[in-house]
Design a protein around this ligand. Structure first.
Ligand SMILES: Cc1cc2nc3c(=O)[nH]c(=O)nc-3n(C[C@H](O)[C@H](O)[C@H](O)COP(=O)(O)O)c2cc1C
Length: 245
C-alpha cells in the first residue's frame, strides 16, 4: 500500500486540538490543494471563508448545535457552493445568466465537496486533524447573514483544523462488497453483510466509549432516518437562487 492510500485509510475526525496555531502559509497551501480538485465544466464553484473573528466563531459554534470545537479549533473554514462569480462573468459579457437549475446546484455542491476533501487530505498529510461541520446548516440563514454571503452562494459545511490533541481509532467502514458492485446493482447479500458490519461498529463504539455506547451502524442510521432532516433547507436554498427548476 503506498503512502497516499495509507494516509487516506488512516483518516479519523479530530474534535480536540492543541493550542498550536496553524501557519497561514500552510492553510493557504491546503486551500490551493483544494483548488486543484477536478471541477465540473471548469466552473470552480467553491469559496472558502476562513473565520478568525472570535464573536463569529462563538456564534457559529452555537448555531452548529453548541459544537465546542467550532469555537476552539485553531482554524475554522466554511466551504460555500458559489455561483456568484458565474453571475459576475455573465454580466461581464452582458449575457443573461439562467440560474436556479437543480443541475447547477448539484455541480456547485459536488465541486465544493471535492475541493474540501482535497483540503482535508492536504491538511492530514501535514499532521493536522480535521472534522467537517454539517451542523452549520442547522441555522443556515444566520450563518449566511454572519458571513455576508450573497445570493447564489450557500454554506455547504464547515471544517475545523488543527493539531490533534486526541488519537481516536479509525472508524470501521462498510464491507467493500456493499459499496462496490459489478455491472449492476445487486443488493442480495447487503443485509447479511450489514449485520456483520454492525458487530464491528458496536465493538468500535464499545472500545471508544469504554462500554458507554454500544450502538450498531444500522441502529444509528434507522434512528437518524426517523427524524426530519433540516426541513428548512429547500425553502432556504430557493430563497438564495438555487433549486428553482
Ligand atoms: C459533510 C459532513 C458533515 C459533518 N458534520 C459533522 C458535524 O457537524 N459534527 C461532527 O462532530 N462531525 C461531523 N462530521 C463527521 C462525521 O461524523 C464523521 O466523518 C463520520 O462519523 C465518520 O467518522 P470519521 O471521520 O472519524 O471516520 C461530518 C462529516 C461530513 C462528511
Amino acid at each position: 500500500m503506498n503512502n497516499v492510500i495509507k494516509l487516506l485509510n488512516s483518516h479519523r475526525s479530530i474534535r480536540k486540538f492543541t493550542d498550536r496555531s496553524v501557519e497561514q502559509t500552510l492553510i493557504n497551501s491546503c486551500v490551493q490543494a483544494g483548488q486543484a480538485a477536478a471541477t465540473s465544466s471548469f466552473i470552480q464553484a467553491c469559496t472558502v471563508i476562513q473565520v478568525n473573528d472570535e464573536k463569529k466563531r462563538a456564534d457559529l459554534s452555537e448555531w452548529a448545535g453548541n459544537q465546542i470545537y467550532v469555537k476552539e479549533a485553531p482554524t475554522f473554514l466554511v466551504f460555500c457552493a458559489d455561483m456568484n462569480r458565474h453571475k459576475i462573468s455573465c454580466d461581464m459579457h452582458e449575457a443573461e445568466m439562467l440560474s436556479g437549475f437543480t443541475e447547477q446546484f448539484i455541480t456547485a455542491t459536488v465541486d465544493c465537496a471535492l475541493f474540501a476533501q482535497n483540503v482535508a487530505i492536504a491538511a492530514e498529510s501535514e499532521g493536522l486533524g480535521i472534522v467537517y461541520i454539517g451542523g452549520l446548516r442547522n441555522k443556515i440563514d444566520l450563518v449566511t447573514e454572519s458571513l455576508a454571503l450573497p445570493d447564489l452562494v450557500y454554506p455547504v459545511f464547515g471544517m475545523c483544523l488543527g493539531y490533534p490533541d486526541q488519537n481516536p481509532e479509525v472508524k470501521p467502514r462498510l464491507p467493500l462488497d456493499v459499496v462496490l458492485k459489478h455491472d449492476s446493482y445487486d443488493s442480495q447479500t447487503d443485509a447479511d453483510l450489514i449485520k456483520d458490519y454492525d458487530q464491528d461498529v458496536q465493538a468500535y463504539y464499545r472500545s471508544r466509549t469504554g462500554g458507554q455506547k454500544e450502538m450498531t451502524w444500522s441502529e444509528q442510521i434507522s434512528g437518524m432516518l426517523q427524524k426530519e432532516a433540516r426541513p428548512h433547507m429547500l425553502d432556504f436554498l430557493k430563497s438564495r437562487g438555487f433549486l428553482k427548476k
